[in-house]
Design a protein around this ligand. Structure first.
Ligand code: PLP
Length: 380
């Protein structure tokens, strides 16, 4: 937690349910305090004889609004959280830790922005990218030789593949290769990579944590030296979040476990119905017993989550379905209360994804209403 603005944790017991932590954490326990932190707009703090340097300047030392959000997210994830202006700003803060020439092991399918930023850094001679099929544990472990960083994303965007996190993170520990897990699709409710041996967890707060498609933010969660370095990097490089965004993100986080539970139940049901639909070639959802990553998910996740993908015959069929949905929103991004879907291969940067693959971020609507809409959109 940044700064010393007088904020105290209400909840320190991680054995509490995430439903409870999400509601109770990050509140000022002092007498007469407002239940919610103010939207603190401010750059600098008055100095006194007792506190002659901290807090001093909010870019470095944080605000009560940031602190409340960071405390709640840190407790949910099991580390210390740092809020950033976007998920990509959080990505940048991690990659800025690397020395010139560093080898970065990165999954062949993962969030497009991460792959693009790494490609650009490689073009400028700053890093060497070593792509690997992150579902293949032996391949990942072999790729760690001489690497400076292991980048993971599980479940992955947009193919919903899972890495064997306990196995791969244990290997990276033994070999002394630091690791980052982009846990955006799992949220802090369904997976705890720090407890499995990761050094840093990354979230695009824009997605499920914010939860209402109304803000851009990112976060890193770490401990000890990694936390200190990343916090210093946020201050020095300046990718700090806005006060309103952090306030909204905390408001979103209060219902995160509830939304994830509801949306995951919807996703499980939709995955099952899509699996039996004649127009659907393949459903990618770890909650299905037929999914290649079902056992992995059972071993390392607390639930199967709200993200699924499904494949139609080809790009045209997928475009047609996206154009026809009326309740489901045809839109990019994910993690809102509303169900969205999109054909990913239409982007040149996603050319490696199957042409008919539709990524769906399942929301909290009634599942039968969603299914009626989907069924109509999938008519021949
Ligand atoms: C969206 C996303 C990001 C980037 O986050 P922004 O908030 O859009 O900058 C990173 N990783 C994953 C998995 C994402 O879905």
């Amino acid at each position: 937690m940044a700064g010393g603005v007088g904020h105290t944790a209400v909840v320190t017991d991680r054995a509490l349910s995430p439903h409870t932590v999400a509601v109770a954490a990050g509140r000022d326990p002092s007498a007469q305090a407002m239940l919610n932190p103010p939207i603190a707009l401010g750059s600098n703090f008055r100095l006194t004889a007792e506190t002659d340097h901290l807090p001093n300047y909010s870019r470095n030392d944080g605000t009560v609004t940031w602190q409340a959000f960071e405390e709640a997210l840190g407790l949910l994830e099991g580390g210390q959280a740092i809020a950033f202006s976007s998920g990509m700003a959080a990505v940048t803060a991690v990659l800025e830790q690397l020395p010139t020439g560093a080898v970065v092991v990165v999954p062949t399918t993962s969030y497009v922005g991460v792959r693009q930023q790494l490609a650009e850094r490689e073009q400028r001679g700053r890093v060497t990218v070593r792509p690997v099929d992150a579902t293949d544990t032996d391949a990942v472990v072999a790729a760690l030789e001489g690497a400076s960083l292991l980048w993971l994303e599980s479940p992955s965007n947009p193919t919903i593949d899972l890495t064997d996190l306990p196995a791969v993170l244990a290997a990276s520990r033994v070999l002394g290769v630091p690791s980052v897990v982009d846990s955006t699709f799992a949220t802090p409710v369904l997976q705890h990579p720090l407890a499995m041996g990761a050094d840093v967890v990354l979230h695009s707060v824009t997605k499920f944590i914010g939860g209402h498609s109304d803000l851009l933010m990112g976060a890193l969660v770490a401990e000890g030296e990694w936390y200190e370095r990343l916090l210093a990097t946020r201050g020095l490089y300046g990718a700090v979040p806005g006060a309103l965004e952090v306030y909204l993100a905390l408001r979103g986080l209060r219902t995160l476990p509830l939304r994830v539970e509801r949306a995951s139940n919807n996703a499980q049901e939709l995955a099952k119905r899509l699996y039996h639909h004649p127009a659907v070639r393949r459903v990618r959802y770890p909650g299905l017993r037929t999914d290649p990553w079902h056992r992995r998910a059972q071993a390392q996740m607390i639930g199967f989550g709200p993200m699924l993908s499904f494949d139609l015959a080809d790009g045209d069929a997928a475009d047609r379905a996206c154009a026809r949905v009326r309740l489901v929103v045809h839109a990019t991004s994910l993690g809102g209360v509303e169900t969205t879907m999109e054909r990913r291969n239409k982007y040149p940067s996603e050319a490696h994804v199957d042409a008919g693959l539709i990524r769906m971020s399942v929301g909290i609507e009634d599942v039968d209403d969603l299914w009626d809409d989907l069924q109509a959109a999938l008519e021949p």
